[in-house]
Design a protein around this ligand. Structure first.
Ligand code: GLV
Length: 333
């Protein structure tokens, strides 16, 4: 049985080998439609009137590839409904929506966003940092409110050049952040799972020690059980009253309650946040703080990066269906 409005625009028989299941459309499809995947037969679960489990048991028993956005949780339960799955292509850089041990157990390969978004995310991290230090958003509000012409003095910002910047996670995003901030005259240091032999920035195996030696912490790592709430009160106190935290990773890498508490009690100078623990919820206290810059999880999204992602997704699917190496494998099993 087929449900014509949720199967792509290709003849089912001739495209049987290149079916791609899509549970929920990723942002690239919202911007570009699905023309870029014309060479595949898309099974669009979200367009079906059937409950998901029924849709999958009718249409997805032999499907081998799944395309998914970052926020869709790929759990053991979903995997059980797609028994032939061999590949997931996720359009996200983060992998915290995927039950990695279960994927490993089942031998399902994952292709990630690779470094397609890294430059844009790094630009956003630097933008947030400059905004917090030089109070650009706050200055904009001050001017718009007509306060320039009054006695309400606008406070001084703080210099970026020569700041000691601790990068948490020196993957491709962290490296792009480091490159940019080095050009601004900052002193770069980092922590990550392992010391990177190809950089000369000082390495810290411990985030607490990194924080104690830094003016700014920029969170560029993924969310895992090891990194959840890694940036806690102790780390923020070690960063100190003049310290700034920037987060373009995942909200839950910071203990958000403790972050709010440190900001309220002025144990930290400021924060630039693109990500939050329970998006789209943003803690109420942050909304009125001029030393905090907020962004609605948009660091990866530029038209350019989304266009590049279309090519990247297509390349990964083509590689998979022609038995070639994936462009951005997370693990090949
Ligand atoms: O946050 C966005 C992503 O992980 O791609």
């Amino acid at each position: 049985m087929t449900t014509p409005n949720c199967l792509g625009n290709h003849d089912h028989q001739s495209k049987e080998l290149s079916q791609v299941l899509v549970l929920e459309p990723p942002p690239i499809m919202k911007l570009h439609g699905d023309q870029f995947l014309n060479d595949f037969q898309l099974l669009k679960a979200w367009e079906s009137p059937l409950p998901l489990d029924q849709f999958l048991s009718i249409h997805a028993q032999s499907v081998k590839a799944l395309l998914t956005p970052g926020r869709y949780p790929l759990t053991k339960n979903i995997l059980q409904l797609i028994p032939s799955l061999q590949l997931v292509v996720t359009t996200s850089a983060g992998l915290n929506h995927i039950d990695l041990p279960e994927f490993q157990r089942r031998g399902i390969a994952i292709a990630s966003a690779g470094d397609v978004y890294s430059e844009d995310v790094a630009d956003m991290a630097v933008g947030l940092l400059i905004d917090v230090l030089r109070k650009i958003s706050a200055a904009d509000r001050y001017v718009r409110k007509g306060l320039w012409d009054t006695k309400a003095e606008f406070p001084l910002g703080s210099k970026l050049c020569s700041k000691r910047v601790g990068i948490v996670g020196l993957g491709s995003i962290g490296q792009e952040v480091a490159k940019r901030l080095q050009a601004f005259g900052c002193r770069i240091m980092y922590t990550s799972r392992n010391k990177k032999p190809f950089v000369s920035y000082p390495y810290y195996s411990n985030v607490l020690e990194l924080a104690a030696d830094s003016d700014v912490l920029i969170i560029c790592c993924g969310l895992t059980e090891q990194t959840r709430h890694m940036i806690n009160k102790d780390v923020m106190l070690a960063l100190g009253k003049e310290g700034v935290v920037i987060n373009i990773g995942r909200g839950a890498i910071i203990d958000e309650k403790e972050l709010v508490q440190c900001l309220v009690q002025r144990e930290l100078a400021g924060a630039g946040l693109d990500v939050f623990e329970n998006e789209p919820h943003v803690p109420r206290e942050l909304l009125t703080m001029d030393n905090v810059v907020l962004s609605p999880h948009r660091a990866v999204r530029t038209p350019e990066s989304l266009t590049a992602m279309c090519e990247h997704v297509k390349g990964n699917l083509e590689a998979f269906f022609s038995n070639k190496p994936l462009l951005s494998p997370v693990m090949n099993i």
